[in-house]
Design a protein around this ligand. Structure first.
Ligand code: HEM
Length: 280
């Protein structure tokens, strides 16, 4: 709380050179694109389904597991330390609680994620190993997003899915953040305190756009999964990742069945005609 108050003065003195301002500016366009994805539009229309939300939680679990592991591992890095707020921001336990609520105790065996989620996690691991300072861009994209539009989405989700209590919605709750607006100001001032070379600054801005792009790809892949893999299969599937091939098979299955049907029909007619000629 005290920290949040102190940050207010710092936040008011922001300049165009501040990373927080630059990052907001460069991601403005792609933020709009993220808002317009089918999944986010379902949220905004108040039409998000249980199937959509459950699948999203599965992917968020993988993403936050990787992000938070990399943040923990690099918590003493000078670029990461200022924005390291595990008590206030960590989402992993909250998501695990939601997954247990929806999938039951053996949720770990049931979660499914699309290939895009694996790609996102791969990038987070790479950044954590090779260039930890860029974790700032990823942490910003997820945590500040969760503390901003995410708060509205949580309330909408509760209504859309007809959930009576806040059970299954822990992901949206930040009990360690009493005032999200003040906390975001503190976070921005901490981002601005990270010392960066010009090259690192440009790399950071690129990485933030990439972080949004990776999120968009996850949302789009989730929608594809919902179209192609039946809900029942999604609930019982124990595979860790549904790859593009599986999605493709799912898509082509009806066409394949039709071609096979036609083939069998033609073969039957041909045999009939042949038999007829033999008789004559
Ligand atoms: C329907 C979807 C979304 C809505 C309605 C929404 C809405 C908003 C709003 C109103 C703000 C401004 C809050 C403020 O100025 O205090 C905001 C900020 C933000 N959003 Fe979203 N958002 C959505 C999706 C996303 C997604 C998918 C991401 C990234 C994965 C994201 C990341 C962010 C970030 C990082 C900020 C902080 C910007 C800054 O202050 O620098 N948002 N969002």
């Amino acid at each position: 709380m005290e920290q949040e108050k102190k940050s207010q003065t710092t936040a008011e003195q922001m300049t165009d050179r501040d990373l927080s301002e630059q990052i907001k500016k460069v991601t403005m366009e792609i933020h709009t694109r993220a808002e317009k994805t089918e999944l986010m539009m379902s949220f905004m229309r108040g039409q998000v389904t249980l199937a959509q939300y459950k699948l999203l939680l599965c992917s968020l679990y993988e993403v936050y597991q990787t992000l938070e592991e990399e943040m923990d591992r690099n918590s003493n890095h000078p670029g990461v330390a200022p924005i390291y707020f595990p008590t206030e921001l960590a989402r992993l336990d909250a998501i695990a609680k939601d997954l247990e609520y929806f999938y039951g105790r053996d949720w770990r065996e049931k979660i499914v994620v699309p290939a895009a989620t694996k790609r996102y996690c791969h990038r987070l691991r790479q950044i954590g190993k090779e260039n930890p300072v860029f974790l700032v861009a990823h942490a910003y994209t997820r945590y500040l997003g969760d503390l901003s539009g995410g708060q509205v989405l949580g309330r909408i989700a509760q209504k859309s899915m007809g959930l009576k209590s806040s059970e299954g919605l822990s992901f949206f709750a930040f009990p360690g953040v009493s005032n999200p607006t003040l906390f975001k100001q503190l976070y921005r001032s901490r981002m601005n305190s990270v010392e960066l070379t010009e090259e690192e600054r440009n790399g950071m801005l690129e990485e933030a756009v990439r972080a949004f792009e990776l999120n968009i790809q996850v949302f789009d892949d989730l929608q594809k999964m919902l179209l192609t893999v039946p809900e029942q299969k999604l609930q019982t599937c124990s595979t860790q990742s549904v790859n593009t091939l599986q999605i493709l098979i799912g898509k082509t299955a009806p066409l394949f069945r039709m071609v096979m049907g036609l083939f069998v029909a033609l073969a039957t007619v041909s045999i009939g005609l042949y038999a007829f000629r033999e008789d004559a």
